[in-house]
Design a protein around this ligand. Structure first.
Ligand code: ZN
Length: 138
């Protein structure tokens, strides 16, 4: 897979130094999702209070795209309202369709824009966002 160098560096940084990896003790919802085509597994823990995503943690295993996307997603949605989080999820879907999208909220997300050229990997990138959607909409 050939991605722009800068983008690849951002992705590898999140893969090697994942943000918000781990679990939390506080009361929270847990969403588990798999991407069988690649073997990615994610368990996302969300603490939502007064309509705000207070905390987001994840564990799991998988390819660099799925794990870096989870790292970026958790970092991007922390402290946001549920509505803002869902708007970001929609924007991320557009990004995966090849639309030009800017994430002024969290620029690192744009590093995954190149994934739309590799349809097999789109499910890797959207796994964490699908988990977020489930957790927030419940
Ligand atoms: Zn994958």
């Amino acid at each position: 897979m050939q991605l722009d160098d800068l983008y690849r560096r951002v992705i590898m940084d999140h893969y090697k130094n994942p943000r918000n990896r781990g679990t939390m003790e506080e009361e929270s919802v847990t969403i588990q999702l798999n991407n069988p085509t690649c073997g990615d597994r994610i368990s996302l823990q969300l603490q939502v209070e007064d309509g705000i995503v207070r905390e987001a943690r994840f564990t799991g295993e998988g390819c660099s795209i799925s794990m870096s996307s989870a790292s970026m997603m958790t970092e991007a949605v922390k402290g946001r309202t549920k509505e803002e989080a869902l708007v970001m999820a929609d924007k991320f879907s557009s990004l995966m369709k090849g639309d030009e999208v800017e994430f002024e909220e969290y620029e690192d997300l744009e590093a995954l824009s190149g994934v739309n050229k590799f349809p097999a990997r789109i499910k890797c990138a959207t796994l964490a966002w699908n988990a977020l959607r489930k957790g927030v909409e419940n």
